[in-house]
Every structure is written in C-alpha cells, then in structure tokens.
Design a protein around this ligand. Structure first.
Ligand code: PMT
Length: 410
C-alpha cells in the first residue's frame, strides 16, 4: 500500500538558501507517487525559479502574479481544497510569523489560511532567529493549533556559523510525510511488533558472534506495517539502515535483550513478526578484558540462547498472549520440511521460509524468494521479488488472519 498514491500535496516554498532542498523534496514526493503543486513566494524566487519546480513536479508552479490572473479570485481556494497535506519547506521566520497571526499578503499565506488539510512546516533560518522568543512564541501558537513542525536541525548555517536552523533533510521529511499520509489505514489502532537484524553475542569487550542479517527484510516489514496505518515497535540489533519514520525503535544487541524487549512489547500488540536472525548459541563465558593474541588460542564454549518465538508460543498456549506470531526460517536444505517443523515447535500462525541457498534470496540482498507456510499445511510459493514486496505479501496474509476488512477478498 503506497501512502502517496492519489495524494495531492501542496508545497509552499519561502525565501531561504534551503530552497534547493525543496526542489529535491518535490522530486522525491513525486517519484514516490504523489501529485505535487508548488507555490513560491517572491523571496523564494530570488533563490530558485518556478521552472525548477515545474520540471520536477510535472505541474504548473504558482506565484503571487497568479493572484491577479484570470482565476485570481478563486485560486487560493482551489489549491487549498485539493490538498491532502500542505507542506511549507523551507519556512522562514517571516512566513511563520505571518501564519501565526493570520496574515494573508501573498498567495502562499492566503492559501494556508484557506487550507483545511493538515499543515507541516520545515523551518530554515539563522540560529539566532530560530531561538528568538518571538519566533518561538509563533511556533508554539501554530503547534497549539495543530500545525506539525519538523526541524530545524543543527549544523552548518549559511552565515558560516553552526547552530540549530538547517532545514530537515528532504529524505527525512519525505519519510515523515509518508508516515502522516499513512495514518487512518486499515491497521489503524493495531500495534505490530517486528524484530530485525542479527543478534550480537559478546566474546569479549571487542568481539561478538553474529550473523549476516542486514535487517533489510525486517525493516521492509516495518515500513509496510506503518504504510498500512499500524503503530510499530521495531526491536532491532544494530544495522546500517535508516529507521522508518514513525517506528518506535527499541535497540537491542543480544538474544537475551531481544527476548526481554519482545516480552515487554507484545502484550498490547496484535502481532509479532520475527524477521530477526537470532543467535541460537552464545559464548558461555565472555571475557571481561580483550582476549590477547599473545596468549594461547582460547577454546570458546557455547551455551544455548533462549528461543524467543518458543517462549511466546508458550505464553500463547497459556492464553497470556493473544496476538498472531509470524516467524521466518532461514534454511539451506530441506527448506519446507524444516520450516513446517518450526511452525509446530514454535506454535506459529505463519512461517516465511527463505531458501538462503537460492540466488538473490536470504541474507543481505535486496530481494528474497520465500514460501509462506500455515499450520493447516497450506503453502504458497512466491517468485523472487523485492523484500518490500515480500513484506506486503506477509502483511496481507497477516491482515487476512486478523480479519481486517479488505484483506480477505484479496
Ligand atoms: O536481514 P536480511 O539480510 O534482510 O535477511 C533476512 C533474513 C534471511 C534474516 C530473514 O528473512 C530471516 O529468514 N530471518 C530469520 C532467520 C532465522 O533466524 O531463522 P531460524 O530458522 O534460525 O529461526 C526461525 C525463527 O525463530 C525466526 O523467526 C527467528 O527470529 C526465531 N528465533 C530463532 C532463534 C531463537 N533463539 N529465537 C527465535 O525466536
């Protein structure tokens, strides 16, 4: 489910050096599937041209001169009416002040006053201007009226100084917009817990035993659940991936920490999706100090880690946990037989079996080839597809089992 599909976004651009980032943002939003229309203030046009936005949005860009054109008497109303979300990025201190006090002296501020859709503001200005009590009071006033602010963030400013005043990065803003647009989806009000990444079991303060999980499959599940409107707890070991906007990150390292986090998170959840590759064993006696190579080569004694899904299965059996449990199985031989065994042993509602020996499937890559297995013996083999598509299929099956409207008919 793409939250940007059929969404009409109105992008207001005001006079700041960060205008170039607004063009990037407009391009990202359009590529994500939204229809984007931009309004530039006169000051914004000192930094960037309407043609730039027309080029990246594929639509006409509006300026103050349009207020006095043939449709001038209604243009602000028609732009405001169409919008599902209005974004003002970058927003100067001056425009924020005008919005706070209801001033309407250009097409952007007039349209903002007419807008009934949510408004999201990404400020950009000098650090002193942002800190100024007048600006802060205006921001508070707008927040109290339901306007959402993202940023500004700290960093290098146009003045050459460092401070809080930079516009939020367009990729982060696009993520926040995606999250905002997804609210109200079919999983609204449902909490989904997802685990991702490979756990790390310490050998000494420097070294860990881990595996090749990148977290990509788990993070794709998180994004898909957010896109469907769910509240998502992401229990993740360290990865190199950005946290999907809106996810509640619970960072863990070891299997023991993951077990604790899962047990704390699931009780008010509708489903647990365990995409993490959890280490089955850990060093029994991790060294307190770094093991020196000058010493003799140490034998490493392993002990068993707790099985998280089996523990949850036990809670389920005792009616202490009522949500769905979905596991993944990374198998290199007898894939379906082994996965089916895990459904029974872990009392799962579904298992997603990946044949990690198949080209383009399993750890690290962007694609996966999986078979979905169910307790009644049903199996559904899926072709090689992107991990995002696998995530969509897994969540569609999850919604079907939850009885979420729209999922049962396909
Ligand atoms: O992260 P990527 O690079 O994108 O790779 C994705 C993936 C291959 C890691 C993922 O798709 C996957 O298969 N994850 C599960 C890997 C795994 O640990 O499989 P398993 O067969 O060892 O475990 C079966 C299930 O039990 C899993 O859901 C696992 O999270 C869970 N488990 C395992 C061990 C343990 N001690 N506790 C558990 O709960």
């Amino acid at each position: 489910m793409n939250p940007f599909a059929n969404k009409h976004l109105l992008l207001g651009v005001t006079g700041s050096i960060a205008c170039y980032k607004a063009a990037d943002l407009a391009s990202k939003l359009r590529q994500a599937g939204a229809e984007v229309e931009a309004i530039l203030t006169q000051a914004a046009q000192q930094f960037i041209t309407p043609l730039t936005f027309q080029s990246v949005t594929g639509r006409r860009t509006f300026v103050d001169a349009d207020l006095w054109g043939a449709a001038g008497h209604v243009i602000h109303v028609s732009l405001a009416e169409k919008a599902d979300l209005m974004i003002i990025a970058p927003a100067t201190a001056n425009t924020i002040a005008k919005l706070a006090h209801g001033q309407a002296d250009n097409l952007l501020t007039i349209t903002s006053l007419a807008a009934r859709c949510p408004i999201l503001i990404a400020p950009a200005m000098d650090g002193g201007m942002w800190d100024n009590s007048a600006t802060q009071a205006n921001v508070q006033l707008l927040k109290a009226r339901g306007v959402t602010f993202f940023g500004p963030v700290e960093g290098h400013l146009a003045s050459g100084l460092r401070g809080v005043g930079r516009m939020t990065d367009p990729a982060d803003l696009a993520g926040h917009i995606r999250y905002q647009l997804s609210r109200g989806g079919p999983l609204t009000g449902q909490k989904i817990v997802v685990t991702a990444g490979g756990t790390q079991e310490p050998l000494d303060p420097v070294r860990v035993l881990t595996n090749r999980s990148s977290g990509k499959q788990g993070y794709a599940i998180v994004q898909a659940a957010l896109d469907l409107g769910a509240d998502v707890d992401l229990i993740s070991s360290p990865t190199h991936l950005p946290i999907p906007a809106g996810a509640n990150l619970i960072p863990v390292k070891t299997a023991g920490e993951m077990l604790e986090a899962v047990l704390a998170a699931i009780m008010d959840s509708s489903a647990l999706v365990m995409a993490a590759a959890v280490a089955d064993f850990r060093p029994a006696h991790p060294a307190e100090q770094k093991i020196k190579k000058e010493n003799t080569i140490p034998p490493i004694l392993l002990e068993r880690n707790p099985d998280i899904l089996q523990t949850v299965g036990f809670l389920k059996h005792n009616h202490q946990y009522r949500g769905l449990t979905i596991g993944f199985a990374a198998e290199s031989q007898e894939v379906l037989k082994n996965a089916a065994g895990k459904i029974r042993a872990k009392k799962l509602d579904m298992i997603v079996a990946n044949d990690i020996g198949a080209p383009g499937a399993g750890f690290e890559v962007d694609t996966n080839q999986v078979t979905l297995l169910f307790p009644d013996g049903r199996q559904e083999a899926l072709p090689l597809m992107g991990k995002e598509e696998v995530a969509d299929r897994v969540l569609w099956e999850m919604m079907r089992m939850m009885g979420v409207e729209g999922a049962s008919s396909g």
